[in-house]
Design a binder for this molecule. Sequence first.
Ligand code: NAD
Length: 252
Amino acid sequence: MSGRFDGKVAIVTGGASGIGEATVRRLHGEGATVVVADIRQEAIATLTASIASDRIVGHRVDMIDAADIEAMIAAAVDRCARLDILVNNAGIGSFGKVTDIDLAHWREVMGVDVEGVMWASRTAMPHLERSEGNIVNVASIAGIGGDYGFAAYNAAKAAVINLTRAMALDHAPRVRVNVVSPGLTRTPLATGLTENPAIMAAWTDGLPLGRPAEPAEVAAAIAFLASADASYVNGHNLVVDGGGVAHTGMPN
Ligand code: NAD
């Protein structure tokens, strides 16, 4: 087999479901050894059993816990002897305006969605510098524009996009850092939206491609940025949203 990621080692956080799972399958399918890092041990076990390969490693991590993140990076490097790709995909959703949410909720969203990305990147950086590897973060179109009743999530994903740019400057030329911003994607995180016919009709009506993304379509963009095909792409926010943010909002 000859793939874009032969001999490479990748960590995918939030790897047991949705976009993370599709990314695990894609990177593994193209030759990588992949660490499936997730908070849900059972979901990790189900996925690793279904792929059943000596190039798939499960690791339980809570991305809000700095010591857990350090242990994840150390375990990956101990087991695989190198680290080439970090996909910071784990994220939690959040509903509410600032007047609806409390500090504990704000800190949880920032903790997983922003601080987890920062700490994993920081901890992985020496290993990625050694391998001349790269980081792909997963933000959202919610980090580009605002949504009604999504204050913490909007703030967190905007932070991930600009943290990406800062790291892309600071750690070049040895490490490239890019971000993917998906639009609505058919995953367990988004079932509240994708399984509500009224919301789906309103959403897809204004969307040039007229449907949500499949997780594999987002994984393809992540794999591109993580691969040598993107060797001159650094600090880029790759929007994978069916053309939604291309529209100013003026009716057709
Ligand atoms: P998902 O819920 O299917 O998968 C998220 C995974 O992250 C789950 O397996 C979950 O167990 C894991 N996770 C949650 N908290 C964790 C923690 N503290 N530590 C470790 N793992 C944790 O969701 P998804 O839609 O695949 O989301 C993946 C990423 O894509 C997220 O960052 C999300 O914000 C982003 N995103 C999703 C959509 C969408 O419409 N689905 C759109 C834009 C961006």
